[in-house]
Design a protein around this ligand. Structure first.
Ligand SMILES: [Zn+2]
Length: 171
């Protein structure tokens, strides 16, 4: 989000050059630069020892396509902590660690996705009320229902990474 008014005093912002950043919104009253902000999310592909992936469907996102555990990073958390917390909240699994799988700019919603992959022991999924359906799905079948490839689709990108680097016990 690009600020038009000062979030602290409400004064209309002007622009001021800030080194390599170019022109940045500036409050003349507070003498403060207001850089663009955007939400950050974590998304984590949770796989078990049988190469099954925890797939979720959340009707507020789509009735048709599936995705992985994801959620907004809250202030004070790092992206790894968010991924682990969301896995606990959405499917009742708390991974010990998560592997970094890149970041993805999701243009449609103007947010930065932090991707992760984790391996856990197979166990029953316990769904939160915001998850309409979730189940362990063999990795090779995930392609049938996951959100199709499109610019900034982190789910598809980390799925492809899983198939290349982890599938079949490679990791
Ligand atoms: Zn101000």
């Amino acid at each position: 989000m690009r600020y038009k008014y000062c979030p602290e005093c409400g004064h209309k912002l002007t622009e001021r050059p800030a080194g390599d950043e170019g022109n940045v919104p500036y409050c003349e009253r507070c003498e403060k630069l207001w850089f663009d902000t955007f939400p950050s999310c974590s998304i984590v592909l949770v796989a078990n020892e049988y190469d099954e992936i925890a797939l979720l469907r959340q009707s507020y996102m789509s009735d048709r396509y599936t995705s992985f555990v994801s959620g907004y990073i809250t202030p004070g958390e790092n992206a790894e902590q968010t991924a682990i917390r969301e896995a606990g909240e959405e499917i009742g699994i708390i991974p010990d660690t998560v592997d970094y799988a890149g970041t993805y700019w999701f243009e449609k919603q103007g947010l930065l996705m932090h991707g992760f992959i984790t391996r856990v022991k197979k166990q029953p999924l316990t769904l939160s009320s915001e998850v309409d359906w979730a189940d362990w799905v063999p990795a090779e079948e995930v392609i049938k229902t996951i959100f199709p490839d499109s610019p900034g689709n982190a789910a598809f990108a980390i799925y492809m990474k899983f198939m290349e680097e982890y599938y079949g016990g490679r990791k």
